[in-house]
Design a protein around this ligand. Structure first.
Ligand code: FAD
Ligand code: UDP
Length: 394
């Protein structure tokens, strides 16, 4: 029989890879990662399209951005980043606008030029219909922030498609802060650091696992081999928390996205990486054109062709990829029960997007894994502290 590893990690996404790298590199532990897909990297995985040589993000467009110095320094140990700055445009009734809501969009939408002060006054007047503090649903909150005309053009249709739910039925806190920029600045993110991994996501993520103490076992479902490890060796589990407990408290609800990929016969389909479709009656939410994420690779792409993806959002059924937690009151009640179960599960730590039922950006997944390493794994393995699950955050 093969000796047990020091630590088993379920899931080779950014959370699991960060834990594995730290434990192998800094503590010298022998780490086994079990991954049920045929590749590592989790949802950040990408591959070159064989026909066009364009890098395609297989689980939806992934843009790296962070203001966390430690996460930025850590990520840069495994890859450099390009100087790509993400921009998003929105199509509405045959016109294309520059998002997020900014002075260019306001001027174009209302058909006249406004100074920043004039635009502020205009939006304040249009937003006076509802009070932000007492807004009881997403629609009221959005109108209280940006006014009804901009809400109806850019939020109502898009949000309805994204959530398959009328915005008056959605919680106000989905749109906690809907920024309007009274400048022409149209960068999508406001973080200190931003860029795409120079050699692609898969090169980055593979490098994290490239260590003699780390073994990645692909196409291996943890539940098929759980008896070999449960209770025998510490486990960091980054799969869905409800699945771990056999859905005993009911399934947590997720949204999934159908990604319809196609190769089109043109050098340039839309002139930019992401165009949102804000009209409610267009069935998809947005179109991604991947080559625009790497303009520096232009010469390596097959001329005359481009890879695009139409995104369609819907509720996830059993067997679909869980992408975004829906997080209804019912889900939150179930999550509290799973949290108690997780806290009582010996030698298992729950982490990552699926393990905590939280939407985590990549930098948050890395940051949260570094915290778990500092606060739980390192004290246990280096100082003999008891391994306390502490459950999952609700
Ligand atoms: P995951 O990447 O989901 O990895 C979990 C892994 O566990 C998976 O590989 C899964 O196969 C495996 N697994 C689950 N159960 C088992 C089991 N029983 N046995 C074995 N293996 C198992 N973040 C950004 O910063 N910028 C973006 O632009 C961005 N865009 C996104 C777009 C979409 C559509 C989605 C869904 C996410 C996006 N993210 C983005 C978030 C990013 O994908 C997450 O931060 C990241 O995936 C979190 O890593 P993770 O390790 O927690 O989870
Ligand atoms: N949203 C919108 N119109 C847009 C873009 C976003 O109404 O053009 C709203 C929508 O409710 C969405 C939320 O803002 O769910 C977050 O949008 P983002 O593009 O950040 O979502 P993600 O990329 O995570 O799907």
């Amino acid at each position: 029989t093969t000796p047990l590893p020091d630590l088993v990690i379920v899931g080779a996404g950014l959370f699991g890879l960060t834990i594995a790298e730290r434990c192998a590199e800094e503590l010298g532990l022998r780490v086994l990662i079990l991954e049920r897909r045929h590749h590592l990297g989790g949802n950040a995985y990408s591959e070159r399209d064989p026909e066009t040589n364009v890098e395609v993000h297989k689980y939806g467009a992934h843009l790296f951005h962070t203001s966390n110095e430690r996460v930025w320094e850590y990520a840069n140990r495994f890859t450099s980043f390009t100087d790509y700055r993400h921009k998003v445009f929105g199509k509405y009734q045959g016109q294309v606008y520059s998002l997020p809501l900014n002075l260019a969009l306001i001027n174009q939408f209302f058909g006249k030029s406004h100074t920043p002060d004039e635009a502020r006054a205009l939006i304040a007047e249009q937003a006076s219909e509802f009070d932000t503090a007492s807004a009881s649903n997403l629609e009221e909150k959005a109108i209280s922030l940006i006014g009804r005309p901009l809400y109806e053009a850019f939020i109502k249709g898009y949000t309805g498609k994204q959530w398959q739910t009328d915005p008056t039925e959605l919680s106000a806190d989905i749109i906690t802060r809907l920024p309007v920029r009274y400048t022409f600045q149209n960068g999508w993110f406001s973080d200190t650091y931003e860029g795409l991994p120079t050699e692609g996501y898969t090169a980055w993520l593979s490098k994290m696992a490239d260590h003699p103490n780390i073994e990645v076992r692909l196409e291996t479902d943890f539940f098929a081999v759980a008896d070999d490890y449960k209770g025998k060796v510490p486990i960091v589990y980054t799969g869905p928390v409800d699945e771990y407990f056999g859905n005993s408290e009911g399934r947590l609800s997720w949204r999934t996205v159908d990604l319809e990929e196609s190769v089109v016969d043109t050098d340039d389909f839309q002139g930019t990486g992401v165009v949102n479709y804000n009209d409610g009656d267009v069935p998809y939410t947005r179109i991604i054109e991947f080559k625009h994420f790497h303009p520096e690779r232009e010469k390596t792409h097959l001329p005359g062709k481009s890879v695009i993806v139409h995104e369609y959002s819907r509720f996830a059924e059993e067997g679909d990829e869980p992408y975004y937690p829906v997080n209804t009151a019912d889900d939150r009640a179930k999550l509290l029960k799973y949290r108690d179960l997780a806290a009582a599960e010996p030698m298992v730590l729950f982490g990552g997007r699926l393990g905590t039922y939280k939407y985590l950006d990549m930098h948050m997944a890395i940051g949260s894994a570094l915290s778990m390493y500092d606060n739980k794994l390192k004290p246990h393995f280096a100082e003999g502290a008891e391994l306390k699950s502490g459950g999952i955050d609700a």
